[in-house]
Design a protein around this ligand. Structure first.
Ligand SMILES: NC(=O)C1=CN([C@@H]2O[C@H](COP(=O)(O)OP(=O)(O)OC[C@H]3O[C@@H](n4cnc5c(N)ncnc54)[C@H](OP(=O)(O)O)[C@@H]3O)[C@@H](O)[C@H]2O)C=CC1
Ligand SMILES: CC(C)(CO)C(=O)C(=O)O
Length: 342
């Protein structure tokens, strides 16, 4: 049974995992951090991870190891905070370190819950949306860059008595809400990331510059409409995005000139408000790392195929990002001209 004393681990000492683990440890929870890099492990042990930004300034020492195989004991709760590309490998290594009742809370962007369920058993996987932002400036130096909440839920939408305990852990880092439709919450965030991350990665432009262009806005809107058509085929109720302000069902409704104009104005306003956002996918590519596209636009394409919904815009985006990852295409605004509008 999970309790507030439950032995806990966080896998991944990057922006999200490092901050979450440090704030739990500071509050006295029994948490062990798996860092992957010994330099980060040493730092977490002494003098501690240094946090700044929205969460205030802290230096927090905690139990830490470099590899999952070195965990000091089996865990009741594991927060998985690697990039989506690494989460399945981590889950395979984790299986022997879970107690009989042990659960894994997936903090990734995109949707990896079904695949995690195949490895760990669906009952052990808890979905979680990370609605706040953070950056790792260097190993052990972390900044919480924006406010926002965690949203937590049972991936089969079942009543789940474990959720309040898990919530009590996460609340040391950020306010946490329990949802009875976590897959719809995850999909809602996935839509935002699929649009913003991918277009930033392809063009190299920050959001403000991107969304000034009529063509980019049209692609952005087409991506969203494809994603909503796939959700409808999956019979998935998509929760509002943008901190609850964006009702996707209203957004995609209508094909007349007024509906089109309203969509463009809405998207343009997003670009003005969040002009400086440089997508994390673009940042990954610029560091020579892969993006999480398979778990974002790739998920829409895969589900589109399974449910018989055409997704040409998302397909073209996945193809282009793969080419950039492989080195056969440059990041340039010229790529935008090659994408279809619908
Ligand atoms: N940063 C943000 O603002 C937000 C991020 N998210 C999502 O949260 C997830 C984590 O993102 P973020 O914290 O930014 O990513 P980071 O890259 O900062 O952190 C992930 C860390 O996990 C490490 N890692 C990979 N595999 C393992 C392993 N087997 N054991 C231990 N550590 C491992 C990585 O090491 P290495 O790099 O060497 O592989 C890296 O240090 C992503 O899915 C992201 O999309 C969601 C909302 C906001
Ligand atoms: C800032 C935002 C919302 C852009 O999609 C993001 O989550 C990311 O870059 O990963």
């Amino acid at each position: 049974m999970l309790t507030s004393e439950s032995p806990t681990a966080v896998i991944g000492a990057g922006a999200i995992g490092g901050i979450t683990a440090a704030l739990m440890a500071k509050a006295g929870r029994n948490v062990e951090l798996v860092c992957k890099h010994s330099q980060t492990t040493d730092r977490a042990l002494y003098p501690g991870l240094r946090l700044r930004g929205v969460c205030g300034e802290h230096e927090v020492r905690m139990q830490a190891v470099t590899n999952i195989g070195e965990l000091s004991s089996p865990k009741d709760i594991v927060f998985l905070a690697t990039k989506a590309n690494d989460c399945l490998t981590a889950a395979r290594q984790l299986a022997p370190f879970l107690t009989d009742d042990g659960v894994v809370v997936s903090l990734q962007n995109g949707i990896s819950e079904d695949a995690l369920g195949e490895i760990l058993g669906r009952g052990r996987v808890i979905g979680c949306v990370v609605g706040w932002g953070a950056t790792m400036h260097e190993p052990g130096e972390l900044e919480m860059t924006s406010e926002g909440e965690f949203v937590l839920g049972n991936i089969d939408a079942q009543p789940d008595e474990r959720l309040p305990i898990i919530k009590s852990f996460l609340e040391f880092a950020r306010p946490t809400r329990i949802s009875d439709n976590i897959m719809g919450e995850l999909y809602s965030k996935l839509i935002v990331n699929s649009c913003i991350n991918s277009l930033g990665a392809i063009s190299g432009w920050p959001l403000g510059q991107l969304l000034k262009s009529w063509r980019v806005r049209s692609i952005f809107i087409a991506q969203m409409r494809e994603a909503m058509a796939v959700a409808a085929a999956m019979k998935l109720k998509v929760e509002p995005g943008g901190g609850g302000k964006l009702d996707y069902y209203r957004f995609v409704k209508g094909n007349g000139p007024l509906a089109i104009l309203k969509r463009h104005l809405y998207v343009k306003a997003i670009g003005t408000k969040y002009a400086r956002i440089k997508s994390s996918s673009l940042q990954s590519l610029q560091r020579g790392r892969p993006t999480e596209v398979d778990y974002l636009n790739g998920y829409i394409v895969e589900k589109g195929k399974a449910f018989g919904v055409a997704t040409p815009v998302n397909e073209a985006i996945v193809r282009m990002i793969k080419q950039i990852e492989e080195g056969s295409r440059r990041i340039t605004p010229d790529n935008i001209a090659e994408l279809p509008l619908a």
